[in-house]
Each structure stands twice: as C-alpha cells, then as structure tokens.
Design a protein around this ligand. Structure first.
Ligand SMILES: Cc1ncc(COP(=O)(O)O)c(C=O)c1O
Length: 459
C-alpha cells in the first residue's frame, strides 16, 4: 500500500491558522524541518534565511542548546505543576519575580497564560472584574485601534480590527470600539509627528465622549502595530495615549506581544517612553517561541482592587491548566538570561542601524513607497504609484507573488494583504545575515517588477 505523504496528510487533516482552507488544500504546506541561528531548512532541502523570527517570536534564533537543556532538565525533574489550589513551582515563581524586575515599574503582579490571545483574554476578564469590584459596574466598553491586532480569542478578536478576524465570527461585539490608528504614511493629517499624536488623542477623547465617559473600561494598543502592517507611530505617541487614559480615568493596556523582549530595542517598548501601563500583555519573545507561554502583568492597584473586591474566601474564577507551566517558565528564564547576559539585547540594539539603513536604501526601488522601522521591527510598503501612494489592485495578489519569489530566493518574511512586507530579524543576526537579507530582498523586488502583470500597474 502506498503511504500518503506528509504533505497529503496535512492537506487532509491539519487545520491551519489564518489561511483560506480551500486554497491550502490545493497548495499544500511548506514543511519546516530544522533551524539553526537565523536559518531554516524545509523538507525539500531548501536553506532559508528567516527574516521573520518564525512568527515574530524566535527572537534569539534557532538551536540554542542552553534552552534545550533548561527544558530537558525541568521536564525530567517536574514536567507539570498546577497553579491551582495554591500549588506552585520554582520556575514559575522565579519567572514572575524576574519579569516584575525588568518590566515597567507600575507592573507588580503576573498571571501566566499559554500565549498572546489568552493573555489579552485574561486582561479583559481582569478589567471587567476590576471595574465591578470597585463599583464602576457601568464601565463595560472597550476601545482599541483600527488595524490593531490583539489575538484570536472570542473576545480579543473583537478588539483586533482586521477584517479577516471579524468576517462570519460575529465580532466586534457591541461593547468593542475602534479609533483610527497613527499611520504616518497614510495619515489624513499629514506626516507631522505632533499632528498625528494630537489626532489620536482627539480621537480617543471623542470616542470616550461618544460612548459616555462613565461607561468606558479600557483602551488597548500595541506600541507598534504588528499584524496591521508594522505601523510605527511617532515617538511620544504611546506616552500621550497613556496620559490621556489616565486623565480620562480608563485602564491603559499595552499589548507588547510582538514589541516585547528586545524587538524594538529595549526589553519593552514602554521603556523608551517611560510609560507605566496599568496592564501589559506579553508572549512570543518571552520564550522565544521555544515553548508556548504568555503573561498579563498588572499594576498593584488593579490587583489590590480585585483582591479586596472578593467576598471573603470567594475564589477569583480565572485559570488555565497550564498557567505557569514549569517547563515553559524554565525556558523563559533561560531566554531572559540570553537577552541580558547572553548579549542578545545589546546585539539587537547594535544591529538596528544596519537594518534601518537597508530598509531605507530600498526606498529608491520603483516598487517601494515607504520604509519604516523601530528596532528590529520593520516594513516596506509597496505601491503602484509613489506619487499618489496608490496600492496594487487586490486581484493581482501581490503578497502571494512576493512571498513565492522570496522563498525561491531563500528568504522568508511576511507579506501582508495591503502590500506591506514585514520583517522581524532575530536579535542574533550579524553582518552576514543583514547582507544576505538585503541582497535577497532586492533581487526579489527586481524579479517582482519584471513580472509583466506587476509592471503593467506601476506608474
Ligand atoms: C499584539 C499581539 N497581541 C496578541 C497576539 C496573539 O498572540 P498568540 O498568537 O500567541 O495567541 C499577537 C499575535 O501575533 C499579537 O501580535
């Protein structure tokens, strides 16, 4: 009997995240087999430079033996410990304490999740609980940004403002609202940073006023919008939004699932602007993707209100079997050690100018309308007409063409629907990797431009 191939089994049985199911059945998967440093190998033997750190998570690069050892040792000693019924484990305790040490000062308490979506979901649950506990029972409305991404849970997907996550999923819910995002390249108020910041502040105020100032629970945002197309707000924007939330008396939540752990330079993007949020969600770089884990960090004030709001002895009914998983926590502790003592954070900061220079130099390419970046989070926005900033017609399916071409050139990054190419190189990238990245990227753009259907649209 002929055994079905791995790819056939995938087509037949494995449901993939965020794909068109029918298209995936036709196309089949790209099966990845191994990784080392910044490089991946697929099951057809292709060597690829990963310029997206997996899914902006493998910030330390692949194949760190010390992480594998930390996981294996913890797995042998104690592969599981619940956090329920007052049980705990050393790695979870040490990790919570370490995170509080390195996070913005306002954040003193840590609840561990399995990833980013349930970190956002947990944040929402705690906020609702907090508002009820302090007697603000009318505060049930949530505000987030257009093009923001806050995961894929039944609640978080409604804070997310990307069409694919809403269609047929019956979100956003009536208590989930969005305001325009600070998108310098396409801002209706022009490119002046202060004007962009003022527009966001005004939009948040107007939305709160429209909903009713006593009805708003919280505002969620990413310091740099990732999945919405690597949209980089002007410096000072995060601080301005934080100050406005404080003034309006609404909970300020920073979603650092992508921007955390050195992605934008400092360990957290909040640090760069001295922002002290009420809640912060993290995941991805926390374990560098080696195992699943996320967290919600919360202020002492929120924790205390929830704690004091509970009827004596009543349980705060929020939990997950794998909250504070000891093996994930052991991995995260080692990953944090690599960022600091291992020099990766410093290397990421040192290499960021090279990354920026490479992206900026591609602005001269006929296809590139915008190049933007913060730290090692960057994007090129491709346009059909540089003067008018017109996008390519969706029927051209430019994102798929560019992904295919890049893959043939041995390069992986993410092409978003709006013709934005997103890059998130690992913090371990050295000179050689940046040379390769930009060589292969320029070749890819040249080949794309040589495609007669693409060329026909370019002005
Ligand atoms: C800002 C942000 N929040 C939340 C999430 C959801 O995280 P996860 O995919 O781990 O559930 C993501 C994932 O990309 C994200 O970028």
């Amino acid at each position: 009997m002929i055994q079905p191939s791995l790819k056939d089994l995938d087509r037949k049985h494995l449901v993939h995240p965020v794909v068109n199911f029918r298209e995936h059945e036709k196309r089949g998967p790209t099966v990845l087999e191994s990784g080392r440093g910044a490089y991946l190998r697929d099951s057809d033997g292709n060597e690829l430079l990963d310029a997206f750190s997996g899914l902006w998570c493998v910030n330390v690069g692949y194949g760190h033996e010390s992480i594998v050892r930390a996981a294996a040792e913890q797995m042998a000693r104690l592969p599981y410990a619940t956090g329920y019924f007052h049980f705990s484990s050393e790695p979870a305790i040490r990790l919570a304490a370490r995170l509080v040490e390195v996070a913005p000062r306002s954040l003193q308490r840590v609840y561990f999740t399995l990833g980013g979506s349930d970190a956002v979901d947990s944040a929402v649950r705690y906020i609702v609980h907090y508002q009820n506990a302090r007697g603000a029972t009318e505060r049930k409305q949530f505000i987030a940004l257009d093009r923001g991404y806050h995961g894929s849970s039944a609640t978080g997907s409604g804070l997310t403002a990307l069409a694919a996550f809403h269609r047929y999923f019956d979100v956003p819910r009536p208590n989930q609202h969005h305001i325009p995002c600070p998108y310098p390249y396409r801002s209706p108020v022009g490119s002046d940073p202060q004007a962009i910041i003022s527009a966001s502040v005004a939009a948040l105020r107007a939305k709160v006023h429209e909903i009713g100032p006593e009805r708003v629970a919280a505002f969620f945002c990413e310091p740099v919008l990732g999945s919405g197309g690597v949209i980089v707000p002007p410096r000072g924007w995060l601080k301005a939004m934080s100050d406005t939330c404080r003034e309006l008396g609404i909970v300020f939540v920073v979603d650092e699932v992508i921007t955390g752990f050195g992605r934008t330079g400092p360990l957290f993007a909040c640090e760069a602007e001295n922002v002290e949020p009420d809640l912060m969600t993290v995941a991805k770089g926390l374990t560098a993707g080696y195992l699943p884990m996320g967290a919600v960090l919360m202020s002492e004030a929120i924790y205390e209100t929830i704690a004091d709001g509970a009827t004596e002895g009543a349980l705060i009914g929020h939990g997950q079997t794998y909250s504070g998983h000891p093996v994930s926590a052991a991995v995260a502790l080692e990953v944090l050690r690599l960022y600091h003592e291992g020099g990766l954070l410093a290397n990421g900061i040192a290499q960021a100018p090279r990354f920026e220079e490479g992206l900026q130099s591609l602005l001269r390419h006929p296809l590139v309308g915008d190049a933007r970046q913060r730290g090692l989070l960057g994007a090129l926005e491709l346009v059909a007409d540089k003067a008018s900033r017109r996008r390519f017609a969706p029927a051209l399916r430019l994102s798929e063409r560019v992904t295919r071409t890049a893959y043939r050139n041995g390069l992986i990054f993410r092409a978003f629907g709006d013709n934005v190419l997103g890059f998130a190189p690992a913090l371990c990238y050295g000179q050689r990797e940046y040379e390769l990245l930009f060589e292969r990227l320029e070749l890819t753009l040249d080949q794309l431009l040589a495609d007669p259907e693409v060329r026909a649209e370019v002005v």
